[in-house]
Design a binder for this molecule. Structure first.
Ligand code: NAD
Length: 484
């Protein structure tokens, strides 16, 4: 049994709140215990983060800070197999995914934002004054202070470091609240921080749940100067309300109900490869995943058959076995939610083209498995098409014209991402800018240049992260005006 401790002021400490079990999603077994922090311990973590701002970290030259961040990246890579095993035990995701995405990209975030902060420039304006002397304005940046980092469970290390790396690069200190489902890699990172020489109090981790627990204690704490959150839209609303006390800035990366659009001039094989991943990668537990697809009528049947075949081809089982291509969903509770939509789709008269149930896997009967599923035939106002399911499932709907496809895609309260498939250059540009989302992919999906703006429109979030946009959030810009 692994014990997951809090990491406060450079030390691992058992929590004083009620501990809870950590399950292995592939089997349902209890593999560990999470020693959750109580309100006083969250206060201690914020206090440690405040003190660290005034200690060596706050006085450190940028070049030295950047060198430490690179040591953190090296430290993760040096313990790659431990991080990989920890992430797999927490999520059940196949090794093939975690070893290519979660761990390497989690480490890379520290190098990317180390590069980014070194090239950050600030604006400057000269102005005329009545006496002819003029004045010079220039902006400087400083850290915001203590940043609360509240994370989800679907890409635990990757999404957490996506926030921690730029926050530290900009000279802030952080208190991280990992998801209650996935405490492992954030905890392990504490060891790497100490080994790299990051001063105590710069990186802190408090474990627990959301409401009435570490998540709420942290986001309501008056000593926190900014909150960055990735998770569900309803949680984002609660966190935004918490951030209004003291008028603290907030960055929200929230849910989605992303549309895919496939035109009849698309390259069929490339489309099937890309859209298959968009629907089923990480068992559909990707905020950018495609849960509704609009297909031009002439190729509808061919796409439907192709996608159903993709869904049927996944192999479940031991996540450490390289042959396994799909893991379980994260928890029994989440499986119940996903299956409630499978049930609604069936009761609502959907035609089930693939899946629709629970696979039976010898030796893994206790795991939280669901079948990758493809439906068609539901009305656009069905909850299955309106609400985020966050499972390996998608619904196909035919369309005739470009305008109709755009209108269908935009008929959603969410606006995170879209994936568009066409070989027409003009159409690609036309459609990509009309879909109301933060990210439009054309002939690809999940292709990420970390310098580009990342975030959601509408109910999918506030603000952008990535590249200079992260730097905007994690720094306070100050204008200095000098009369010459
Ligand atoms: P969640 O909102 O349930 O939980 C996320 C985190 O918030 C957890 O650490 C949780 O403990 C904490 N939390 C919950 N209630 C809280 C409260 N009242 N105050 C403070 N903290 C609280 O999300 P989840 O189920 O872990 O993750 C799945 C969701 O995340 C999906 O909706 C998905 O679309 C979204 N997501 C979005 C992005 C993006 O970049 N837009 C990326 C990944 C996941």
């Amino acid at each position: 049994m692994t014990e997951f401790l809090n990491f406060i002021d450079g030390r691992f400490v058992p929590g004083r709140a009620e501990a809870f079990a950590n399950h292995f999603p592939s089997t349902g077994e209890v593999l560990g215990e999470v020693r959750a922090a109580d309100r006083d311990q969250v206060d201690e973590a914020v206090g440690a983060a405040q003190r660290a701002l005034k200690g060596p970290w706050g006085r450190m030259a940028l070049a030295e800070r950047v060198a430490l961040l690179r040591k953190v990246a090296d430290g993760i890579n040096a313990r790659f197999d431990e991080f990989l095993a920890a992430e797999i035990r927490d999520t059940g995701k196949p090794r093939s995914i975690a070893s290519h995405i979660d761990i390497p990209r989690g480490a890379a975030n520290f190098n990317v934002f180390a590069d980014q902060v070194m090239t950050l420039s600030n604006e400057s304006f000269e102005m005329a004054t009545p006496d002819g002397g003029g004045a010079l304005n220039y902006a400087v940046r400083g850290p915001r202070g203590v940043i609360a980092v509240v994370c989800p469970w679907n890409l635990p290390l990757l999404l957490m470091t996506w926030k921690v790396a730029p926050a530290l690069a900009c000279g802030n200190t952080v208190v991280v609240k990992p998801s209650e489902e996935t405490p492992a890699t954030a905890t392990l990172l504490g060891e790497v921080m100490n080994a790299a020489g990051i001063p105590p109090g710069v990186y802190n981790v408090v474990h627990g749940h959301g409401p009435g627990s570490a998540g709420e204690f942290l986001t309501r704490h008056p000593g926190v100067n900014g909150i960055t959150f990735t998770g569900e839209t309803s949680t984002g609303e609660a966190i935004m309300a918490a951030s209004s006390r003291g008028v603290r800035p907030v960055s929200l990366e929230l849910g989605g109900k992303n549309a895919g659009i496939i035109f009849d001039d698309a390259d069929f094989d490339k489309t099937m490869e890309g859209i298959g991943r968009a629907c089923f990668a990480n068992t559909g537990q990707v905020c950018l995943g495609t849960e509704r697809i609009y297909v031009q009528r002439g190729i509808f049947d061919r796409v439907a058959e192709g996608l159903a075949a993709k869904a049927r081809a996944y192999r479940f089982g031991d996540p450490f076995d390289p042959a396994t291509t799909m893991g379980p969903v994260i928890s029994a509770e989440h499986r119940a939610k996903v299956l409630s939509y499978y049930d609604r789709a069936a009761r609502g008269g959907a035609q089930i083209l693939a899946g629709g149930g629970v696979p039976s896997i010898q030796g893994y009967e206790g795991g939280y498995w669901v079948e990758p599923t493809v439906w068609t035939g539901l009305a656009e106002d069905s909850p299955v098409i309106r609400e985020e399911i966050f499972g390996p499932c998608t619904h196909l709907q035919p369309f005739d014209t470009e305008d109709e496809a755009i209108a269908l895609a935009n008929n959603s309260p969410y606006g995170l991402a879209t994936t568009i498939w066409t070989e027409s250059l003009g159409r690609a540009h036309r459609v990509a800018r009309q879909v109301e989302v933060g990210i439009s992919w054309v002939n690809c999906w999940f292709l990420r240049d970390l310098r580009t703006p990342f975030g959601g429109a509408k109910a999918s979030g506030i603000g952008r992260e990535g590249g200079v946009h992260s730097m905007e959030f994690y720094t306070e810009l100050r204008n200095i005006c000098i009369k010459l």
